[in-house]
Design a binder for this molecule. Structure first.
Ligand SMILES: [Zn+2]
Length: 131
């Protein structure tokens, strides 16, 4: 029996870690480990390959507040190294680790929604024969 699944926008399923097809099952088996398949609809997550995408977005955007904090502490107070280890370091972890899972879920759901996959060569007709 083939069931029809209405398209669900990836912004509503991925950040919550829900299956991009049914919206009920879970994508993750742990913090960032992807399940082999959805436990509700059976969608095979073999297609899911966000690679370094979540880390890229965290590096580009989520690190900005911690860098600003570190620069501000240094410029304003000439903070010693131990202050940066106790303040800037934990702040950086607190701003960089939590967004990883929603970003990874969003990228996986977007991969499914937009049918993104590795590029392939498409041949429309066989090569012409030489006479
Ligand atoms: Zn599912």
């Amino acid at each position: 029996m083939q069931m029809e699944w209405p398209p669900i926008p990836p912004t509503t399923t991925g950040p919550r870690g829900r299956c991009p097809r049914c919206g009920q099952g879970h994508i993750f088996n742990g913090f960032l480990k992807i399940r082999p398949e959805c436990e509700v609809c059976g969608l095979d997550y073999g297609f899911a390959d966000p690679a370094d995408g979540p880390a890229f977005f965290v590096i580009c955007f989520a690190c900005v507040p911690s860098v600003l904090l570190g620069v501000w502490l240094e410029v304003q107070y000439s903070a010693p190294l131990w202050v940066h280890l106790l303040v800037t370091g934990p702040f950086m972890l607190a701003t960089c680790i939590p967004p990883l899972r929603p970003l990874k879920g969003w990228l996986i759901a977007s991969q499914y929604f937009y049918k993104a996959e590795e590029g392939k060569l498409a041949r429309t007709s066989p090569a012409p024969k030489k006479v």
